[in-house]
Structure formats: C-alpha cells, structure tokens
Design a protein. Structure first.
Length: 279
C-alpha cells in the first residue's frame, strides 16, 4: 500500500497543541506521527486521504495557531521494517511487562510478554498515557474482576489485564482500523476472554464491570464519563487518562457530578492519569 507523508508546521509551535492536532488528524484516517523540530510528520494511506476533509478539519481547529502543511507520496516500503528502525522499539514497563512486535529480534525478558503489531494504531506503551495505564494494571488485583477498556487502540491494556487474571474484558473502539488491529493482537497473544465491540458509549448499555479504563481524550472523557460510571457498582474503579495535569480539576468536577470520588492522580511528562472510585 502507498502512504502519504504530510509535514505540518505550526506557528507558534507548542507541544500540547501539536498533540491535540495529531488527535484530530487521527479522526480522519492518519495512522502515525513523528515529531521533529518545531513540526511533525503525519502518515496516511493514499487511498484514505481526502484533502477537502483535512482542510475542513484544520479550519475548525479550536486553537489560535497558524498551520501549514506539505504532502509527499512515499515510495512503497516494508512498514514493519520502518517501525522497527525508526519508532517502535520494545518497551519495558516497571521491569514486569515488555511490549514488543513480532518482528523484533532482541526483546528483554519480563513476567508479562505482550506482542503488539501496531500497524500505526495507538497503543504500544511508548506514549505516556499508555505507559501510565500499563503501570496501574501491574499494581491491580485483577483476579475474578471484569474490566472495560474504552478506546482500546491496539488492545494492549486489555491483553495485560487478561494476562494478570481478569475474568473478562470488554474492549471498545470507534475506529475500524483499531478493531481489526486489536483482533490480530488478541490472537497473537492467545487471549480468549476479550470481547471486542465497535462504537462509543452507545455500546455500553449492557456492560457491568468492576473496573473501567478510559484512555481517550479530555473532551470525550467529559462527555461520556456518566456512561462509564453507569457500568460500575459502588466501590468500582474508573481510571482515566489522555489529558494533561492542568485538566485534572475539570476531570474531577465531572467525576463528582457522576458519583465518582478522586482517589489519586499520577503524571508523566505532564500527561495525567486519574483514579476515581464510585461512591
């Protein structure tokens, strides 16, 4: 398949605005991003690219920033090889969990060994929010617990939850590509107790779990937190990530509205994870 490389230049450049723009681009088919000096590169299959939709998204971007871009058609490559050389290297979480791809040759040993072929989908453990969530899962007592993974991406969180003893996992994502990629990764790791659902909060009506993980973005979390809370019993746990430390007061206020109490938060490079408990 042929890919386009789109080089985005922002003025003024701020990392958090670049992150938000990448999140927006992910909604219209862009599959991976590479940061550079005061700019970033975004990659999309040529067949999925629509410049009119891109321009419409950029015109509605809510932050006061000037955005310029250039488009380059890339030669056909072995994308697994490109990932291995340039981006996706094995990652070790708390010395207990290693996340790597099937094409990696040198992989550190760890108690939990997870194989992820990301195919540009989000969730390899490299992003701070995924690493924070993986770290929390390593500390949880998941025996006989049922779990919901919202915005599952590659299903890496669901897979670790299953390996750590969760009774069942419901993994949800709105994106076709993520669902397809999750299916492959679940098979690669020989997991049998993960149910995949395509959609958003509307697919949760019959879901009742002990723990909810939601690693998405601030606006969706604020909009859909009431649906996550409805899946939990009293004492159930909701872990939220995908936002910055400065967003925590907003997240906490919405949690309180929905009968959730802040237990603690953690941060990594200004990205935050919040644990709440249903009252």
């Amino acid at each position: 398949m042929d890919y386009l490389e789109v080089n985005f230049t922002l003025s003024p450049y701020e990392e958090f605005i670049a992150d938000l723009l990448m999140e927006t681009l992910g909604e219209i088919g862009f599959e991976s991003f590479q940061l550079a000096d005061q700019q970033f590169f975004a990659y999309i299959q040529e067949s999925n690219f629509n410049q009119k939709i891109l321009d419409d998204k950029l015109s509605k971007f809510e932050y006061p920033v000037s955005i310029d871009y250039n488009i380059l058609l890339l030669e056909n490559k072995d994308w697994n090889e490109e990932w291995e050389k340039n981006f996706f290297q094995p990652i070790l979480i708390d010395n207990d969990c290693v996340v790597h791809s099937s094409f990696h040759q040198k992989v550190p040993e760890a108690k939990y060994d997870i194989v992820i072929n990301p195919k540009m989908a989000f969730g390899t453990g490299h992003h701070e929010t995924t690493a924070l969530m993986l770290g929390e899962l390593l500390k949880m007592n998941l025996g006989k617990k049922n779990l919901l993974d919202m915005g599952c991406g590659t299903a890496v969180l669901s897979i670790l939850a299953s390996l750590r003893g969760a009774s069942s996992v419901v993994a949800v994502d709105i994106d076709d590509w993520c669902i397809e990629n999750s299916m492959e990764n679940i098979r690669l790791n020989k997991i049998k107790n993960i149910e995949l659902r395509k959609g958003g909060a509307e697919v949760l009506k019959d879901v009742h779990v002990d723990i909810v993980l939601a690693n998405i973005n601030r606006n969706i979390l604020l909009k859909d937190m009431k649906f996550y809370a409805a899946c939990l019993p009293t004492g159930g746990e909701l872990y939220l990530s995908g936002f910055y430390v400065e967003d925590i007061p907003m997240i906490e206020a919405e949690a309180e509205k929905n009968g959730l109490q802040l237990a603690y938060f953690k941060e990594k490079n200004n990205w935050a994870l919040v644990k709440t408990i249903k009252k």
